[in-house]
Ligand binder design. Structure first.
Ligand code: ZN
Length: 525
């Protein structure tokens, strides 16, 4: 049996590994590479294996860097099942559609830019083709259907006629929807046949709702062999979801190869216990100033955790009960998925909410904003309130107009609860805001640039670090040391090179045999 690493090697995104026996090829995750378009475009466009040769896919969880290329596989001759938990399958229904819409939007914007540049060249006379003024005006009017709506078909027609490059999305909304028919939801801790002599069992990974660690068991040969893939490993003691599994079935305890994530292999997080008190303090201070709190939040996991903590704080009457707005259609849909899967909740959630007949994701002051008009109307509300909106890194979506209306006011707070990638607006807000705070708010406020305008960052910027969905170094080690697994060899994936290599050293110090595979490398089990 061979395991080959095709993605998330010495980097975080693009999780994609194959497990090959004489008769079968099993794909573990089918994720999208994320980051700057230039760097990821080519890596995403070419699939490293022919989808027709894949027997089945086992998906660890729904995050796009693990699931985002599934429609490309199902669209090119794959005939098997995508095995994952039911919660993951339900969440993928929303996330893959959302991903397709983003791909389509990006492609049509890039095509629009090519068309617009072509027209500009015509105007300055630097293009090889010459058109009359009327013809140019006609083409210009063709590019847009309204103020914000691009005429995709007309743009593509123009580019094709002029033999200019037309960018296609990785997959369409239709293809994303077609991929959903391949999902087969299975429960945790149940053995399922996935190949001729291969079975898989999913164990809770505690990372996000429905996330799983996968044990693949190969039954041919003199003794069964086990390959375990952790997917992403969560933190211990977080609300709503269970902790990462430590107790594995006897048959799954001897692991010949462990493919393990290492996102925070060299870092430590703030303690989980500090999160609620920190949140309470930020809210109280902001409301004392008469301000509102704006929270850029990822739709899957982070939003629901915040709803959970706010619900607890409101129930205990620990903060002023101002309205809370969830302003993200995707987050609203994902919150419904959470509501539909109480079987995955931890003990505490059952004791605090379900046993008292209370839905953790619904309370009097919580409002799910639907239309763009409702979202805009929030900007006129001068009373203190809380808004959770996306995108999580402030790179697009409704969060931008909330920022535009809130960051000039020093009474307000922008609360950062997630990782802000380099070169994102979220990162700039975090860095500039904290620098200004550390200077004692001396001099004029730092200025942010977005929507082609400048905005002074007068609002307070606060960050709470413990919200991460990934276990830190000690939590990753805990899964190895405190579980009943007996691990022969570890391959570290899903971490920036520096994190993976440092974690490998730590594990070697603890007596484990560890490798950090490179892209395309294989290991024989
Ligand atoms: Zn993840």
């Amino acid at each position: 049996m061979h395991v080959t690493f095709h993605g998330a090697t010495r980097e975080v995104t693009g999780s994609f590994h194959t497990l090959t026996t004489e008769s079968d090829t099993i794909l573990l995750d089918c994720g999208l590479f994320q980051g700057r378009r230039k760097e990821t475009e080519e890596k995403n466009r070419v699939l490293p294996v022919d989808p027709q040769t894949i027997t089945n896919i086992v998906l660890s969880h729904a995050h796009i860097d693990h699931s985002g290329r599934l429609p490309m596989v199902t669209n090119k001759g794959f005939k098997g099942n995508i095995f994952c938990t039911r919660a993951t399958a339900d969440a993928c229904g929303y996330l893959l559609r959302d991903s397709a819409k983003i791909q389509e939007g990006d492609a049509s914007y890039l095509n629009y830019k090519t068309a617009r540049n072509f027209l500009a060249k015509l105007k300055t006379g630097s293009a090889e083709v010459k058109l009359s003024k009327d013809e140019m005006h006609e083409i210009g009017a063709l590019l847009k259907e309204g103020k914000h709506l691009l005429n995709t078909q007309a743009i593509e027609k123009l580019l094709t006629e002029q033999r200019l490059e037309v960018i296609r999305p990785l997959y369409s909304l239709e293809e994303a929807e077609a991929s959903l028919a391949y999902f087969a939801g299975i429960p945790y801790n149940d053995e399922t046949v996935v190949g001729r002599d291969l079975s898989c069992t999913l164990y809770d990974a505690g990372h996000i709702l429905g996330s799983a660690m996968v044990v693949i068991r190969a039954l041919n040969g003199t003794r069964p062999k086990n390959v375990m893939f952790t997917g992403d490993i969560g933190r211990f003691g977080k609300p709503i979801i269970q902790d990462p599994t430590l107790d594995f079935a006897e048959k799954d305890r001897d692991i010949d190869l462990l493919i393990m994530e290492s996102t925070y292999g060299a870092r430590l997080h703030d303690p989980v216990e500090d999160m609620k008190p920190m949140l309470r303090r930020v809210l109280q201070e902001t409301f004392d100033r008469g301000g509102s709190v704006l929270i850029p939040a990822f739709a899957y996991g982070r939003t629901q955790e915040l709803i959970y903590y706010l619900h607890e704080l409101y129930m205990a009457d620990e903060v002023p009960q101002v309205p809370v707005y969830i302003d993200s259609p995707l987050a609203t849909n994902i919150t419904n998925v959470f509501g539909e899967h109480p079987e995955t909740y931890d003990q505490e959630t059952h004791a605090t909410f379900l046993q008292n007949g209370v839905n953790p994701f619904s309370f009097k002051h919580l409002h799910f904003v639907q239309s763009v008009e409702e979202s805009m109307a929030l900007n006129r509300d001068q009373r203190p309130h809380i808004v959770l909106s996306g995108s999580g890194m402030c790179e697009g979506g409704r969060i931008l107009h909330h920022l535009r209306h809130k960051i000039h006011d020093e009474r307000n707070t922008v609360l950062i609860v997630g990782y802000m990638g380099q070169n994102t607006l979220g990162r700039r807000i975090q860095e500039m805001g904290q620098e200004y705070e550390e200077s004692g708010r001396k001099g004029p406020a730092p200025v942010l640039n977005f929507y082609n305008k400048e905005y002074p960052l007068n609002a307070r910027v606060q960050a709470i670090g413990g919200f991460s969905a990934h276990g830190d170094k000690n939590e990753l080690i805990r899964v190895l040391k405190d579980s009943n697994l007996r691990v022969k060899k570890i391959a570290l994936v899903h971490g920036e090179e520096e994190q993976s290599l440092a974690f490998a050293e730590t594990l070697r110090g603890l007596g484990y045999a560890v490798t950090v595979p490179c892209h395309g490398q294989s290991i024989t089990v």
